[in-house]
Design a binder for this molecule. Sequence first.
Ligand code: ATP
Ligand code: MG
Length: 247
Amino acid sequence: MITLENITKSFNHEGQDQVVLQDINLDVNKGEFLCIVGPSGCGKTTLLRMIAGLDFPTSGRILEEDVEISHPSIERGYVFQQYSLFPWLNVLENVTFGLELKEMKEDERLQKAREYLKMVGLSQAETSYPRELSGGMKQRVAIARSLVNDPHVLLMDEPFSALDVQTRHKLQEELVRIWKEEQKTIIFVTHNVDEAIFLADRVVVLSRNPGKVIKSFQVKLERLRDRSSSQFLELKKEITSFLDYEW
Ligand SMILES: Nc1ncnc2c1ncn2[C@@H]1O[C@H](COP(=O)(O)OP(=O)(O)OP(=O)(O)O)[C@@H](O)[C@H]1O
Ligand SMILES: [Mg+2]
């Protein structure tokens, strides 16, 4: 379980402290698929980076299994908002990179990497370089690269936001399947309410200036979810009304 206790985060801007996130309290259960939605600039990336151990709260604590998070760990995979593959490595090498750091034997590395490339539907592309891939393919490689390290937690920062709607929907479906198969905890940031409802067990809504948790919604619809069902649309309307509200 990941616990955020009274998190506040300020940045210094032109000599003044600007509070970006305030009084965030949140428990994320093991195996839960949590989506965090909020308007641009409300602090979603900042929050995710702190859970990753890439940045630290100004006050409050973030715990994983009761241990304070103090540094990045391979146990918490991170899929960035922008494409973040190594351009000089091909697809297979991008995926095996983390395993090399773990000093895993070469044949084992290749076998694992191929297993995850297959899972994201990219077996055919292992010798391609990032510049030869579409946006959707790059994000699949990024997902495979995170999963291959067998993290407990996957932190995903708007990974599909640059994609066309068909590709986005396909990758959302794949992610739900992978999450079920691999039984990971996923914390997924997005500003897209439709995406959040399609994916999540629970949707947490953040406000802006400062970022606070304003509402939490349990999504009880059966997967794979039908975006045109009346329950889906009702929930979308309700969550959107919170996002539009000027807090
Ligand atoms: N390193 C930093 N130094 C100063 N200010 C920062 C830093 N990182 C983020 N901020 C500020 O914190 C606020 C929240 O930024 P953040 O990137 O977390 O928002 P976001 O919700 O992820 O936005 P988006 O949806 O556009 O990605 C912004 O006002 C931003 O300018
Ligand atoms: Mg962001």
